[in-house]
Design a protein around this ligand. Structure first.
Ligand code: SF4
Length: 384
């Protein structure tokens, strides 16, 4: 197994040919947008106010036409329309499962495609978003892992997934309607789609900061979960710079098994990963770490695995999400019998950990965990 080289976003985030012309406001941090407005001629004294007004139009009201931003002067709107765009990824397809799950295939700059999944439940609506086209890593149970990394998504392309689906759900307030007057359809975000979010840290951070901004989408940090396969250096940084909830793709209770399932384990084995989790700055009983555990028949589903798992995580406030394996074409694994999964869950539960078994959602549209993949392949080197 070749050494895993850390990916810098500079190489992979920026599309080969930067689009010429107006700057896209979607995905800019507040500081970046303020600087861009001033560079476009907004008087410094007004910049903060203008920023707040534009921010609310885009992220609170879902308005992307400068002309419709009626609390801005006509002349100023014309300047904005000349210098900026409000551009979102394009929805190429939208499938709705018999269980209500929605899967979107969206196209981003350069013609690349990623998948986004919306999972409605009684008390919440969760959006599973992607952070990379393909993935840096090659987890053997994951469909995305068979797709080489093409590039990192920009912050605009990450938050764009949230905006697109809010739009599709019709979740923007009506004119005159205050924030929070109706229950949210999109109430939770999980960074569990395509890609390893900690190998695209800055863009994921900026996008999630936008999602948490109280003047815009205003999602609580506790309703955002970032899932990592175990990029140890990025774990503490997640708490310090994003502050959202943390999940870890654990899946194996020995280094031998976990290295086969999650190859990054060869770089940061179980002991190093658990040390980082024990030191997680935001760790508490009210902010538990979620251990994702895909159930693979005859691989990691034994009683010994369950007992070893609870021994390994002792002392970490945690819950264990058990994910019955979701097959994909050519997958080398099978889902265990229900009885086996239930017995595993009971052992973990009796040891004092919540061990919910995730109900597969959207299987009929290949939207379940580990099933995402887009047709985009890394371009042949010849065309560079
Ligand atoms: S599980 Fe996550 S990190 Fe692993 S290959 Fe799939 S998308 Fe990448």
């Amino acid at each position: 197994m070749p050494a895993i080289t850390p990916i810098t976003q500079d190489v992979l985030t920026i599309p080969r040919a930067l689009p010429k012309g107006p700057v896209n406001l979607v995905g800019l941090t507040r500081a970046q947008m303020r600087a861009a407005l001033i560079a476009a001629g907004t008087p410094e004294k007004q910049a903060k106010m203008r920023l707040g007004q534009i921010w609310q139009w885009i992220y609170q009201k879902g308005v992307w036409d400068f002309n419709a931003m009626t609390n801005l002067g006509k002349a100023y709107r014309a300047v904005l329309a000349e210098r900026f765009v409000i551009a979102l990824p394009n929805v190429i397809s939208r499938q709705i499962s018999s269980d209500g799950t929605r899967k979107y295939l969206v196209r981003i700059t350069g013609g690349h495609e990623v998948e986004v999944v919306y999972i409605p439940e009684e008390d919440r609506g969760t959006l599973c978003i992607s952070s990379q086209v393909g993935c840096t890593l090659t987890c053997s149970f994951c469909h995305t892992g068979t797709q080489k990394l093409v590039r990192n998504l920009t912050a605009g392309e990450i938050i764009g997934q949230v905006i697109l689906v809010r739009d599709d759900l019709g979740e923007w307030p009506d004119p005159g309607e205050g924030m929070g007057e109706r229950p949210r359809l999109l109430s939770n975000i999980v960074l569990m789609g395509m890609g390893e979010p900690l190998y695209n840290f800055e863009n994921v951070r900026d996008a999630m900061k936008i999602a948490m901004d109280p003047e815009g989408i205003s999602l609580s940090r506790r309703r955002i979960t970032l899932s990592t396969s175990g990029v140890v250096p990025g774990i503490a940084r997640t708490a310090e710079e994003i502050g959202c909830m943390l999940a870890v793709s654990f899946h194996g209770t020995t280094d031998e098994v976990r290295s086969n399932l999650v190859p990054i384990n060869r770089k940061w084995p179980i002991a190093a990963l658990l040390d980082a989790l024990r030191a997680y700055p935001k760790l508490s009983n009210s902010e538990r770490i979620t251990f994702e555990y895909v159930m693979l028949k005859g691989v990691n589903d034994s009683d010994e695995d369950a007992h070893r798992l609870v021994r390994l995580i002792r002392g970490i406030p945690a819950k264990i999400n058990l994910i019955p394996f979701n097959a994909w074409p050519g997958a080398p694994y099978e889902r265990p019998e229900w009885g086996r999964i239930k017995r595993f869950a009971d052992i973990v539960y009796k040891a004092g950990y919540a061990s919910p078994i995730r109900t597969p959602r959207g299987e009929d549209i290949m939207a379940a965990c580990g099933q995402l993949k887009s047709a985009t392949e890394r371009a042949r080197t010849t065309c560079r």
